[in-house]
Write a protein that binds this ligand. Structure first.
Ligand code: 5GP
Length: 131
């Protein structure tokens, strides 16, 4: 059965796209811990990130690096924290989260409530930095 992130990849579920290439896709997390909270996924639907073949796993981090650099230019922060949980969605993904302190990457914290317009605006600004 096709998972939710594969449906996002195929455009069957809308998302605020940040970037894509032949192997990876990046989009804003729908329940962000911070403005600019982005998910990077491989197009291949594999649940556990450490089941990805080596080259795909390595490339995912390199792809994430470019996105993180763009997020940092849009969202003031000390750095972009990365996290891999996968407890909710069984399609490997890396969380890229602007952080200033350790609590900013605490997934038990309440998520931000952003409007669709705010999300669209952030995504547009990050995409512009990727050009
Ligand atoms: P995890 O599997 O890493 O524990 O959490 C999955 C993440 O995916 C969560 O942060 C959640 O907000 C995000 N997420 C779940 N469903 C959707 C969706 O349909 N669209 C987007 N953009 N993010 C989602």
């Amino acid at each position: 059965m096709s998972g939710i992130f594969s449906k996002i990849l195929r455009g069957e579920i809308p998302s605020h796209k940040i970037a894509e290439d032949d192997n990876y896709f990046a989009f804003l997390d729908i329940n962000p811990l911070a403005k600019g909270h982005t998910l990077v996924i491989p197009r291949k639907e594999i649940d556990y990130i450490f089941d990805l073949e080596d080259s795909l796993l390595a490339g995912m981090l390199v792809f994430s690096k470019r996105i993180a650099t763009a997020i940092e230019k849009v969202v003031p922060c000390k750095r972009i924290g990365i996290a891999v949980l996968g407890l909710e969605v069984p399609h490997a993904h890396i969380h890229l989260i602007p952080i200033n302190r350790i609590d900013d990457i605490n997934f038990a914290r309440p998520k931000l409530q952003l409007t669709n317009e705010e999300m669209a605006d952030i995504a547009t600004k990050i995409r512009q930095e990727l050009k």
